[in-house]
Design a protein around this ligand. Structure first.
Ligand code: HEM
Ligand code: HEM
Length: 185
């Protein structure tokens, strides 16, 4: 049986599947790297790998921000396909709210990360290229944006869990909802 239900367009599907794994990797990388010992916490002669992972996280975060800008632009100019009437009103509203919050967090995460980096005493590098300093190092501001970045990350994790539960639930119920974002034609 062919599925004729409306689907997300090609660009939306490709961007969803490019961005989702990068965001998941960014969360894992972020949680992992903050636990790594600083150079000052290591015995003499041992080199910290913390800076390497921080630089990787920042470069990946700035890169995915470009894809996110494209995605937000595309979504503002292209609608999501209408959900079938079999999906109740409140569920349609809940899906809309979760998706809206995703877009907000997809923008706020790289932004808050970038803000804390510009107030850090270390220069921000993008895949090895030193970016111009946009502000003087400021410990208070850095800590503020670091807190914001951390709280938003936890909100994002909660949202991803809700999103995945919804996708799995529809899949188990045999609904074609998950096909709307499927790469397969
Ligand atoms: C989608 C994008 C991003 C996601 C999902 C993400 C996620 C995370 C997570 C989960 C943490 C660990 C939070 C904690 O336990 O403190 C973290 C930390 C951090 N992130 Fe990001 N991040 C993103 C983008 C960025 C960007 C663009 C930058 C900078 C250019 C950045 C800089 C940092 C820094 C410096 C930390 C360490 C904070 C600290 O030392 O307290 N992040 N990030
Ligand atoms: C690997 C885990 C993921 C799976 C299996 C998945 C699956 C899906 C599916 C099936 C849809 C279509 C829902 C519908 O038809 O209404 C969807 C939509 C969406 N997903 Fe995911 N997703 C995943 C991860 C993520 C992540 C990490 C994010 C963002 C941080 C995300 C953001 C979105 C957004 C914003 C929409 C709605 C698109 C729109 O209406 O513009 N997803 N996802």
């Amino acid at each position: 049986m062919t599925n004729t239900a409306p689907r997300y367009d090609r660009v939306q599907i490709i961007l969803h599947w490019l961005i989702a794994p990068i965001i998941l990797a960014m969360i894992i990388l972020g949680l992992f790297m903050v636990e790594l010992p600083k150079q000052s916490e290591l015995p003499a002669g041992e080199e910290s790998v913390r800076a390497f992972y921080f630089l990787l996280h920042k470069s990946m975060g700035i890169s995915v921000a470009f894809l996110i800008i494209l995605r937000v632009f595309w979504r503002l100019t292209h609608k999501a396909p209408a959900l079938p009437d079999t999906i109740g009103k409140w569920q349609q509203k809940a899906a809309g709210a979760v998706h809206g919050l995703f877009y907000l967090l997809m923008v706020a995460m790289p932004l808050s990360g970038f803000m804390q980096s510009i107030y850090s005493k270390y220069s921000t590098k993008f895949w090895g290229i030193k970016l111009p300093r946009l502000a003087e190092a400021d410990q208070g501001m850095r800590e503020f944006y670091s807190q914001v970045h951390e709280y938003l990350a936890f909100a994002l994790i909660v949202l991803i869990v809700i999103h995945l539960v919804a996708v799995v639930k529809h899949k188990l119920a045999g609904s074609a909802i998950s096909d709307r974002m499927s790469l397969k034609r």
